[in-house]
Design a protein around this ligand. Structure first.
Ligand code: SMG
Ligand code: MG
Length: 368
């Protein structure tokens, strides 16, 4: 495939409600979209970096900068390029996995559209619909939380994830169990808010039969997670710590986690994400699809990934209306707690031009 150029497009979309985690509150999403143009097709990639470097070191202005200065020019040196060559071409540049993932996805989408193949098919999807969970932010009160959880259960979500932090953990979990019962699949996500000194406190979550606790400790604290996993009964799942298939293999082998959250942006792309899926499957470790408040473009790709065989837990692949009043693609709509895996070529969805233009704050064309 010969690339003609790459468009960087910034969009700004208000969230339907503020989303509070242990690291901050998001009220709107600043997204960087990539459109790769080739002689035969165009392809879209969504960069999941946020406006500020809180979830990870990456942030959206830095992603645009590294793409413009280093990553896109590195592809220009290749006469012919297919998607499997993108990560090797970008490997000389350290880090910036979210920026790399977006560029790889855009090239992959263009390639698959030119071939008339769907991303799900290309990745090895075995399902045509995926079960969906929802991630529920930290609220001002337990009453507000119960209202929100009740609304999501009514909408059909098959699993609830509560964001937690010190001071908002055992009580909200207890309240959700008391109101909605023991049968609701329930898990929590701390986004690194605790230390190993909190192990006894986190063990107080044991009686609530949670599916998992996600990333209780710091990103680089694998040893801490090993120790914590020996103290608490709730299975430990890692998100921020799993930056590659190698990191996943190490975490599993050390006993730092027994479940893995897979986000392609965090690991440098969908092809590395599939390798993590395979490594986990080989170890008998279940995986599930994480989310980064994606628009319909990134969501389409995440839903395709979530259709792989070892994605045995519901993902943070919620419907468009969980995030946005108007999506940039035709909306993803929940059907019996599931989203349909797109079947069209590539990611299988296209932006609606008027919707996309309405939220665009800038565009920049990088010729190759
Ligand atoms: O896309 O539904 C979504 C958000 C899921 O909780 C979610 N993501 O750590 O897993 C996580 C967070 C990271 C983004 S929070 C702004
Ligand atoms: Mg997480």
């Amino acid at each position: 495939m010969k690339l003609t150029g790459v468009e960087l497009r910034r969009i700004r979309m208000p969230l339907v409600a503020p989303f509070r985690t242990s690291f901050g509150t998001e009220s709107r999403r600043e997204v960087l979209l990539l459109r790769v143009v080739t002689a035969d097709a165009e392809g879209w990639g969504e960069c999941v970096a946020m406006a500020e470097p809180r979830y990870s070191a990456e942030y959206v202005d830095a992603a645009a900068d590294v793409l413009r200065r280093f990553l896109v020019p590195a592809l220009a040196e290749r006469q012919r390029l297919d998607a499997s060559a993108v990560a090797p071409a970008l490997a000389p540049f350290a880090g910036h996995r979210m920026a790399k993932a977006a560029l790889e996805l855009a090239v992959l989408d263009a390639e698959l559209r030119a071939e008339g193949r769907s991303l799900g098919h290309a990745l090895g999807a075995v399902r045509d619909r995926v079960p969906c969970g929802v991630s529920v932010g930290i609220m001002g009160s337990v009453a507000e939380l119960l209202d929100a959880v009740g609304g999501y259960l009514d909408a059909g979500y098959v699993r609830i994830k509560l964001k937690i932090e010190p001071g908002w953990d055992v009580e909200p979990v207890r309240a959700v169990r008391e109101r909605f019962g023991d049968d609701v699949p329930l898990q929590v996500d701390a986004n690194t808010a605790y230390t190993l000194a909190d192990a006894r406190h986190l063990a107080r979550l044991d009686p609530f039969d949670l599916l998992l606790i996600e990333q209780p400790l710091a990103e680089d604290d694998l040893l801490g997670h090993v120790r914590l996993a020996r103290i608490i009964r709730t299975p430990v799942c890692l998100d921020e710590s799993i930056t590659s298939a190698r990191a996943a293999a190490a975490a599993i082998t050390l006993g730092a986690c027994s479940i893995v959250n897979i986000k392609p942006g965090r690991v440098g792309g969908y092809l590395e994400a599939r390798r993590i899926h395979d490594v986990c499957a080989a170890h008998g470790v279940p995986v599930w699809a994480g989310g980064m408040l994606e628009t319909g473009l990134g969501r389409a790709a995440n839903v395709a990934l979530a259709a792989l065989p070892n994605f045995t837990l519901p993902g943070d692949t919620s419907a468009s209306d969980r995030y946005y009043r108007t999506d940039v693609t035709p909306p993803f709509v929940l059907d019996g707690g599931h989203l349909a895996v797109p079947t069209g070529p590539g990611i299988g969805v296209d932006p609606v031009p008027a919707e996309l233009d309405a939220v665009t704050t800038s565009t920049e064309w990088l010729p190759l």
